[in-house]
Design a binder for this molecule. Structure first.
Ligand SMILES: Cc1ncc(C[n+]2csc(CCOP(=O)(O)OP(=O)(O)O)c2C)c(N)n1
Ligand SMILES: [Mg+2]
Length: 548
């Protein structure tokens, strides 16, 4: 750490550092003040962690969040789990009481390293300034290395205040990952060549920022139709004409018509932290797993073969073996039109309150191709994952891993910080929004360009839907809301309420055109959850069941 003049003066007067002199608490902040590092103060530690994780998710470089000891550090835990399950590189640094003496006994002392151990890839206490350069380098290496995730460092205040000789940081170097060996590539190529109805699935790891070009190229060269998981959305660039849908549900959706008919699924970057995109069983397609790491074997995911290595170059070598040779590449493509038509049904219906389909449709109209939509967690996530079409990687940011409420606004804030010239929209339910709505102040202070769309049903709609599916009574899930427009104004930002079926698109357009932080609230009609996601899909299943 940076030695402080104040401490040096005190030392030269001959004081004993550990006898009765008040211990300093804020050396790290003071060091930050003197550094080139940008410090953003948030209004709660949890959103700071969501923001840092989203930094890592979007550009591959870990975001760093800091908190005090005890209560502040505990508030980072949900963010740690978010980054761990979502494979987002992030560093958390938390304070701790001095370890060489304890002037305040156990006041605020919680064993944070133990708390963080199951929530991180690595959790360590720093016990001496001399080790800081190597620990910090190691923390960044571990956070970024596949599978990426969070790392926790605990910095006790006496270590932070200690003097250290000038020790240079450990320099970083480029690391090239190995590609899959030729024998594995040959085996995989043979499997794909033998398939009569192949289908590609793009999973969460397909959305790693460095992979977008390689994946698009692979799909273009093979001309095999593809679908994606919720977190694999947008990984193939442009209108390839091969997109078959997104598996927002685990079974029985229209996209499963293609999945069930496939005899081979080339599963690229699937991470079983996601709600299963399909359920493997004794029957069904064979699965070839392509990933940075071997597949975790689950009851519902147990690939028949694997191709492990740096995914981009490995796929290029695989395409070299297959390009132009796949006679049945497009066998499942005729199903595409029907699947997409069913998904797009009633997207422009003029009902008020608005249907989820209409909201997704209107948001897509307002967002340019590279605009970024960041979802919180609620019922609408299924609708956006299923119905919102993307053609640029990481333009629909959702969390299908921890699936925590409260991350929508902070993730959108980081997306807006990293992409000040792109349109960024946070979509939140009225439940999830209120879990971190205090960060509107941070967004205003940072002068972000950001629109927040609140979908208002005065309820925890997702759980209400599950109650209905379970055929239980509608109980305990409704609440009141503040007047969101007045609430927005109290933070010094503009708010508007959508008051007609046709009002959403213009309200969003105006908000984006004006710049700054805006809040738009729209009432949502969730009767479509039962009508489409239960009754319509049940009827569809019966129909397809009769045919086969
Ligand atoms: C922190 C957290 N608490 C609880 C849940 C369980 N949960 C998932 S969705 C949901 C309801 C979300 O309500 P809202 O944000 O209003 O969205 P809606 O479903 O009503 O559109 C709940 C309680 C969760 N995912 N995360
Ligand atoms: Mg709600």
């Amino acid at each position: 750490m940076v030695p402080s003049c104040w401490w040096l003066r005190w030392k030269t007067k001959g004081c004993d550092k550990y006898s009765g002199f008040p211990e300093r608490k804020t050396d790290l902040v003071e060091a930050l003040r003197r550094s080139s590092i940008k410090l953003v103060v948030t209004r709660h530690e949890q959103p700071a962690a969501f923001m840092a994780a989203t930094h890592g998710r979007l550009n591959g470089e870990p975001g760093v969040c800091l908190s005090t000891l005890g209560p502040g550090a505990l508030n980072l835990t949900t963010g740690a789990a978010y980054a761990l399950l979502g494979a987002m590189p992030m560093i958390m640094i938390t304070g701790q009481k001095g370890i060489l003496s304890s002037k305040q006994a156990r006041f605020q002392v919680v064993d944070i390293v133990s708390t963080m151990t199951p929530l991180t890839k690595m959790a360590r206490q720093i016990v001496s300034p001399a080790t800081i350069p190597s620990i910090v380098r190691e923390a960044f290496r571990v956070a970024q290395q596949e599978r990426p995730g969070p790392v926790h460092l605990e910095l006790p205040e006496d270590i932070a205040a200690d003097q250290a000789p000038a020790i240079a940081p450990v320099p970083r170097h480029a690391i090239a990952l190995p590609v899959a060996p030729p024998a594995a590539l040959d085996r995989a190529a043979e499997m794909i060549l033998g398939a009569k109805r192949p289908l590609i699935m793009l999973g969460a790891a397909a959305s790693r920022p460095r992979l977008a070009d390689a994946l698009s190229e692979f799909v273009r060269r093979l001309q095999v139709p593809f679908f994606n998981t919720q977190m694999g959305k947008g990984a193939v660039a442009g209108g390839s004409g091969l997109y078959m849908g997104t598996a927002a549900l685990s079974e029985r959706d229209y996209v499963h018509d293609a999945i069930e008919r496939a005899d081979l699924i080339v599963s690229i970057g699937h991470d079983t932290v996601e709600k299963p995109p399909f359920l493997m069983g004794p029957r069904g397609p064979r699965v070839l797993h392509v990933g940075y790491l071997p597949a975790t074997v689950e009851e519902v995911y147990f690939p028949h073969a694997e191709l492990i290595g740096d995914v981009g170059p490995t796929l290029a070598l695989l395409a070299d073996r297959l390009e132009g040779k796949l006679k049945s590449a497009a066998a499942l493509l005729p199903l595409r039109e029907k699947i997409l038509a069913a998904i797009g049904d009633r997207a422009e219906e003029s009902r008020y309150p608005l249907t989820p389909q209409r909201i997704v449709h209107d948001v897509r109209q307002v967002m340019p191709e590279d605009g970024i939509v960041c979802l919180d967690n609620g019922m609408y996530k299924i609708w956006f994952a299923r119905n919102y079409r993307t053609s640029v990687a990481n333009t629909l940011l959702l969390d299908n891993a921890l699936a925590t409420m409260g991350a929508g606004l902070p993730s959108a804030m980081m997306a807006a910080m990293l992409n000040p010239r792109r349109r960024v929209l946070a979509v939140c339910g009225d439940g999830g929004f209120m879990m971190n709505s205090q960060e509107l102040e941070t967004a205003v202070r940072l002068k972000l360009n950001l629109v927040v769309l609140i979908l208002q049903d005065n309820a925890y709609g997702m759980i209400r839907w599950k109650q209905a599916v379970d055929r239980f009574a509608d109980f305990g899930m409704t609440f009141g809301n503040p007047d969101f427009v007045t609430y927005a104004k109290s933070y010094g930002l503009k708010g508007s309420r959508v008051e007609s079926a046709d009002g959403l698109a213009p309200a969003l357009e105006t908000a984006f055109a004006e710049g700054g932080v805006h809040l738009v609230t729209v009432p949502i009609d969730y009767s479509e959850n039962m009508r489409v996601l239960v009754e319509e899909l049940r009827a569809h299943e019966l129909k397809t069941g009769e045919r086969t």
